[in-house]
Design a protein around this ligand. Structure first.
Ligand SMILES: C[S@@+](CC[C@H](N)C(=O)[O-])C[C@H]1O[C@@H](n2cnc3c(N)ncnc32)[C@H](O)[C@@H]1O
Length: 326
């Protein structure tokens, strides 16, 4: 149990949750930090750079799907009753979804777009990016954790919903977490509502490993920025040069995992709480789960969805699955 009496006065509410989560996760064995905290202004910029990296194939594959197959996706989601709310969970810079948004606007489809992201910076950048790139788009962005934001969002009464969760978002969950996520998502939806979920497909392990250990060290910088963010926002004293980035991929489980490795025995102070580190101790910071087609069908079936159609890139490396709520 963590006492936050004094710290309650130190941090605004949003940082209090961040603080409590960080302390709790670093007191666990093995130590953990949630990947959702990667995304501050610096982290958002680094992730954009990763998306352009020749080694990070995920964005290129999904971009191909959204540029080449936007028309087919529009046909599948508009149906007969074209009024709907298009909710995107964790849109980042919308680099891929903007192609679908533009295609919908150009087809004169009546819909409202609701991007939900935990990064305030992401939503604030979209406030200028969306009007510039899709001038007639109706949208209202929400800052928050996926389901906190969904719970507080006044969904348009009676409007059909289409929920998108693209790129690495569901991949950043373990398979058990992905199942819980899909079950929770289902509880906000009605029969006939739809989801478009991005899944990275299993492929040669070397290609996957390289994506999280890119030649320019961007993933390394992205991973280490998490400690720098904790220093900046939670009054901590991590010595960043005393930590290293390490990643692994296990083809048997389909899990790519990133860690921060402590290079010496040390103690880190986070707002008065001391966290000891052994030399070579790891903090697990990210999972990037890869899926087979059968696993994707199973997740849909187990959580109240029908797997209707799949949009796949020309290399069959990435899938955007379209599911309908049963
Ligand atoms: C890996 S990036 C992917 C962005 C985008 N979906 C894409 O494919 O390019 C993850 C995005 O989801 C957001 N995010 C991560 N965890 C979240 C959570 N629990 N609730 C809301 N947003 C979250 C991050 O801020 C970031 O913008």
């Amino acid at each position: 149990m963590i006492s936050i009496e004094t710290d309650e006065y130190r941090f605004a509410t949003k940082n209090k949750d961040f603080y409590l989560d960080v302390i709790q996760s670093l007191k666990e064995t093995p130590k953990r930090l949630s990947s959702k905290y990667f995304y501050d202004k610096k982290g958002d910029g680094l992730f954009e750079a990763i998306m352009m990296s020749p080694d990070y194939y995920l964005t290129r594959c999904e971009m191909e799907i959204f540029t080449c197959q936007a028309k087919q996706i529009v046909e599948r989601i508009t149906g007969q009753n074209s009024d709907f709310e298009l909710i995107e969970l964790g849109p980042g810079n919308c680099a891929k979804s903007i192609h679908l948004l533009s295609a919908l606007v150009n087809a004169n489809v009546s819909f409202n777009y609701v991007p939900i992201d935990i990064s305030e910076n992401v939503i604030s950048e979209l406030q200028s990016f969306l009007p510039e790139n899709a001038p007639d788009l109706q949208f209202n962005g929400l800052v928050g954790d996926y389901f906190d934001a969904l719970a507080h969002h006044c969904l348009l009464p009676g409007a059909r919903k289409v929920v998108m969760c693209l790129g690495g978002n569901i991949g950043n969950m373990t398979i058990a977490e992905a199942n819980r996520f899909c079950k929770a998502l289902r509880s906000y939806l009605q029969p006939g509502d739809q989801c478009i979920i991005g899944f990275d497909l299993v492929k040669h392990p070397a290609i996957i490993k390289q994506a999280y250990d890119d030649r320019d060290g961007l993933t390394r910088e992205f991973n280490l920025n998490l400690l720098a963010r904790i220093n900046r926002e939670l009054d901590a004293d991590f010595k960043i040069d005393q930590f290293d980035h390490y990643c692994s991929y296990d083809p048997l489980t389909g899990s790519a995992k990133s860690y921060l490795v402590s290079l010496s025995e040390m103690s880190v102070n986070i707002s008065g709480v001391s966290i000891p580190f052994e030399k070579d101790e790891c903090i697990w910071t990210e999972i990037s789960q890869k899926y087979s087609r059968d696993q994707i069908h199973q997740i849909a079936a187990d959580n109240g969805f029908i797997h209707v159609v799949e949009f796949v890139d020309s290399k069959s490396w990435f899938m955007d699955a379209l599911w309908t709520v049963v």
